[in-house]
Design a protein around this ligand. Structure first.
Ligand code: FAD
Length: 552
């Protein structure tokens, strides 16, 4: 039974989630605003989000690390072009340590609910301590969601899992007590995670006895050499001024220019070139028996391309078997039974089946003005599916901002780039409020503005949502492949930003101020009056003392 500890805490800002986005926001609060009056609530027991929980063998990023890093914390020491999970996690931990972010994080705590209080212009947030189950209430002026878009593993939808005698686990919940050496495994899926894991566990002295991979749809695979960086390269990055920035800019442009090929009509020729190159690559590198399946029949770019991390090479091994035409019908105690009745024995089933991407607030409930929930809001504005203004704001949810929100991902670039744009955008919008409520320097309690509430206007939000959907219809993601970008029922694209990424950046620096409405809460006005009274009272007392001393 949950205990309400009765403890009440207040901070100017509360951030939900200590992954790349939460850490990035906290750092910018310190760097740009100099405030330490914030707290991060994190449900797991460490920083890093994605890069902490996804510790499966071979986990790494698909964007070159010199671009998959914060612009304010470039790292000359990346050991290879595409870093692996442990190095990426170390990077985020180092950045957090540099800014002493961990002091502000409450770990093993789940934000269960947040509701807006119009009179005080604050959010009341309910937090559950996951160890003691104690509940605390937290009040904050600004609420930031940094809960990520790929943090809730998809459930296993295959019947019979509870009867299995071995272990079943998701890639994001890798069972590190399981030693695959000499064992039989089933891997479900063939996206990034599956293609990273299989090469790692199928060879070397600790190789699995047999890996059977089940795949429904093939992905366009891209050749991806992953050179180690030499000492000279790292030295150059570190010591020659601007070289690391220029290298990063080049990596950005090499990726950004791909957007030209995403337009269904005008990008067709570019995509033909890409698909020919990728098909040739698969043709040359895949075993003959799988080639036909492995060359996708869908448009290239419709799903994010998968880097080939030696996956095709591993399919040549005798202990790897790919099944694409006989799906799993049922999990049985000793393994799986396929639709044709074939039994595949296994000691572990690895679910590489992705994440719940259409339910971004699965882990908590958020209620805005008049107690309206986010889901009710989406029911009104976007057929029940996630949507937003610039992936960041919702009308009716004042002082609330989302990082990595709806329609912020790209088919080709780094999420960190977009998130940093969002962070700077939010800081611009909340600056007048943070200045007004600045609690850290009470002796400087000078009100620089009368506002303590900001929200995007409903008309601006609707316009933005419509524009995103219109643009997305003209892009390659709408060409009919099954992907996690598109909701199957409504056909709405809830995930991708349908434009050049530099335009996202431009919108984040040239804020359309007319799209926002600032106002003042009743309590804030009252406090201001009280402050004025205190100041007037103080000056009256001083005057009296002055007069008294003159008289005296
Ligand atoms: C395997 C994998 C590989 C990826 N590779 C790339 C890549 O190469 N390039 C790229 O651009 N992107 C990649 N991504 C996307 C990735 O999600 C981002 O790169 C990024 O790390 C997301 O950071 P985030 O902080 O927004 O979210 P997350 O890293 O998901 O962090 C969210 C945090 O919020 C916490 N949280 C959630 N709900 C609550 C709650 N109610 N209360 C308290 N805490 C909560 C979670 O525990 C988590 O720590 C990858 C994702 C995965 C899963």
């Amino acid at each position: 039974m949950a205990q309400n500890s009765g403890a009440l805490q207040n901070t100017d800002v509360l951030i939900i989630g200590a992954g790349m986005s939460g850490i990035g926001f906290a750092v910018q609060l310190l760097r740009q605003f100099g405030t330490r009056n914030f707290k991060i609530i994190e449900k797991s027991d460490n920083l890093g989000g994605t890069w902490w929980v996804n510790s499966y063998p071979g986990c790494g990023c698909d964007v070159p690390s010199h671009f998959f890093s914060y612009s304010f914390a470039l790292n000359p020491n990346w050991t290879q072009k595409f870093a692996l999970q442990s190095e990426i996690h170390e990077y985020f931990s180092d950045v957090a340590a540099q800014y002493e972010i961990h002091k502000h994080v409450q770990f093993a705590s789940l934000v269960e609910r947040a509701s807006w209080n119009e009179a005080s212009g604050t959010w009341s947030v309910t937090i559950r301590d996951l160890q003691s189950s104690a509940i605390t209430e937290h009040h904050c002026k600004i609420l930031i969601s940094a809960v990520g878009a790929l943090s809730v593993p998809r459930e296993c939808s295959i019947p019979g899992a509870s009867n299995f005698r071995g272990r079943v686990f998701h890639t994001a919940q890798w069972d590190h007590t399981f030693n695959w050496k000499g064992k039989e495994l089933v891997v479900v899926g063939n996206g990034c995670s599956a293609t990273q894991i299989i090469p790692e566990i199928c060879s070397g002295p600790g190789a699995a006895k047999m890996i059977t991979q089940f795949s429904r749809q093939s992905h366009w695979l891209a050749e991806r050499p992953n050179p180690k960086y030499s000492m000279l390269f790292k030295w150059t990055m570190k010591w020659i001024p601007l070289v690391m920035r220029i290298y990063r800019a080049k990596l950005y442009w090499d990726k950004e220019k791909d957007f030209k090929g995403f337009d269904i009509e005008t990008g067709a020729e570019i995509r033909n070139g890409w698909s020919k190159e990728a098909a040739d690559y698969i043709q040359v590198n895949a075993p003959a028996k799988y080639r036909d399946f492995l060359i996708p029949k869908t448009e290239i770019g419709c799903k994010r391309r998968v880097n080939d991390t030696n996956y095709l090479a591993s399919l040549h091994q005798g202990n790897v078997n790919l099944i694409y035409d006989d799906p799993i019908d049922e999990i049985i105690p000793t393994g799986v039974r396929t639709q044709s009745g074939k039994i595949i024995t296994a000691e572990a089933i690895v679910l590489a089946n992705g994440f719940e991407t259409q339910k971004p607030f699965e882990s908590l409930e958020i209620f805005g003005e008049n107690g309206v929930s986010i889901q009710d809001h989406w029911n009104l504005v976007s057929e029940g599916m996630p949507s937003s203004y610039l992936g960041t704001c919702l009308s009716g949810f004042p002082n609330f901002f989302m990082l990595m929100g709806p329609n912020t991902l790209s088919g080709h670039l780094s999420v960190i780039y977009t998130t940093e744009c969002q962070i700077n955008f939010i800081i611009r919008i909340i600056r007048p409020i943070l200045n007004a409520i600045r609690t850290e320097l009470p002796w400087l309690a000078v009100r620089r503005s009368d506002w303590d509430i900001v929200a995007v206007k409903p008309s601006a939000e609707t316009q933005d949502i419509e524009s995103v959907q219109e643009k997305a219809k003209k892009l390659v993601w709408a060409t009919g492949c099954t992907s996690w970008f598109i909701d199957e029922n409504t056909k709405r694209n809830t995930i991708m930003f349908p434009d050049w990424q530099y335009k996202f950046w431009l919108r984040s620096i040239f804020v359309s101020w007319d799209d926002f409405a600032y106002r003042t809460s009743t309590t804030f006005r009252k406090e201001e009056l009280e402050l004025t009274c205190v100041v007037n009272g103080l000056s009256a007392t001083l005057n009296e003392q002055h007069n008294y001393s003159k008289v005296g």
